[in-house]
Design a protein around this ligand. Structure first.
Ligand code: ZN
Length: 408
């Protein structure tokens, strides 16, 4: 009898046929004996994460897969990023994500990531706790050049534009409200004052003095975006009665785990980059599934390589993923394994697309079909047919026998 669930989400795994790969997708072209062995023992199909013709962002895609509709629970990426940093939001809070960047004296953006500064803790410390017009700013370091920012005070709203224009060579943006409400206007006003004040502090910060002497870009401006506000979210455990944990390298995915109340497991070699140690992550899955009922494991790099248009790199990374997946053949008998992606990232587009992604469910007593490989072409013929992200966990609950009876 199945009791536990492991879900592996391979970010941006889906793709489209590529001429240089013999009109195959990277997943079809890659040699994947282990993933194929899992597919042979599984019920396979395709999934539209948010529904047909919807291009999913990674944040809402993951929430959909976990059964949390973006309409009900999502208010902006900032809320998920700050959850990943370990800030607990309170009612009324507005959360933003930020980059430490470099601007010149005319506030033109020179570099959005301040030469990819690695450690920003000293900088966030100098801004953390600032108070402006009754609004307290909580500022904590994220990974690399990133930071999480929370505005805490009365009368705030997330109806504001991004201060980050996303391109170098142009001036930073003044934050403006996106509606006429007094809350949005106040939020924009207070945030602008904060950004100005933090620029003054950062300009003179000793760390930036050192960086300038070393010929590096000073991290003298906090570029903020993705405003979201607090919403009450039932934890994954409350929702499904399954204790849960999350194994991920990238900040956003740890954020998804924290946002849903999952225990975030540290795997030092998990980087979220192509050099990540997938075997170490899957080893950790084998350990964690003893302790938890549900393990969410995320692998990032297929998406980044797709966004670079690097189809050879994506194919090679999939082969690396496959080699580590041998470990997943050894899951205990009571574990249901789900493998899927949050969306496709076709190398030709260099961005996310609405193309469906393959999905498999493998475990004792799960129906099997004639699918002999894990890829877009093969899984399309699977017994599961075409599902949506919101069906992923309920289908697993069905297999565990925990779905509620409809009627009598
Ligand atoms: Zn993604």
């Amino acid at each position: 009898m199945l009791k536990k669930i492991v879900i592996l989400v391979c970010d941006g795994l889906g793709d489209r046929p590529i001429k240089n790969l013999g009109a195959l997708t990277p997943l079809e072209a890659a040699k994947t004996p282990n993933l194929d062995a899992l597919a042979k023992e599984a019920e396979c199909g395709m999934m539209y994460t948010l529904g047909r013709c919807q291009v999913p962002g990674s944040d809402v895609a993951h929430l959909a897969i976990m059964g949390y509709s973006q309409h009900e629970y999502y208010s902006g990426r900032g809320t998920i990023e700050v959850a990943g940093i370990g800030i607990n939001l309170r009612p009324g809070d507005v959360a933003l994500r930020g980059n430490f960047g470099t601007v010149d004296d005319n506030q033109l953006i020179i570099d959005r990531r301040a030469g990819r500064i690695r450690v920003v803790e000293q900088l966030t410390q100098s801004l953390d706790g600032l108070e402006i017009d009754g609004v307290k700013f909580v500022v904590k370091p994220g990974t690399g050049h990133r930071a999480g920012i929370v505005m805490r005070g009365e009368g705030l709203s997330n109806a504001i534009i991004d201060a980050d224009p996303h391109k170098p060579g142009i001036p930073i943006r003044n934050v403006t409200p996106t509606n006429n409400s007094p809350k949005a206007q106040r939020t924009a006003q207070v945030l602008n004052k904060f950004l100005e004040k933090s620029h003054e502090i950062l300009k003179k910060h000793p760390l930036n003095e050192i960086r300038k002497k070393e010929g590096k870009y000073p991290a003298n401006y906090l570029l903020v975006r993705g405003a979201g506000f607090y919403k009450k979210v039932p934890s994954f455990e409350e929702r499904y009665n399954l204790s849960s944990c999350c194994i991920a390298g990238g900040g956003l995915y740890k954020g998804v785990g924290s946002f849903l109340g999952m225990k975030v497991i540290k795997v030092p070699e998990a980087t979220g980059l192509p050099d990540t140690n997938i075997k170490a992550k899957f080893q950790s899955v084998l350990t964690c599934i003893d302790k938890y009922d549900f393990v969410f494991v995320h692998v990032k790099a297929a998406d980044s390589l797709g966004e670079d248009g690097n189809f050879e790199g994506k194919k090679n990374f999939i082969e690396k993923l496959d080699s580590a997946s041998k470990l997943l053949l050894n899951l205990p008998d009571d574990v249901l394994l789900i493998i899927t992606a949050d969306h496709s990232t076709p190398c030709e587009l260099k961005s996310h697309s609405a193309d469906a992604v393959p999905i498999l469910y493998r475990g004792n007593g799960v129906r099997t079909d004639d699918v002999m490989a894990f890829n877009e072409r093969a899984c399309k013929k699977g017994g599961l047919g075409i599902i949506e992200g919101k069906h992923v966990i309920p289908h697993a609950q069905n297999l565990l026998g925990t779905l509620k009876l409809v009627g009598a």
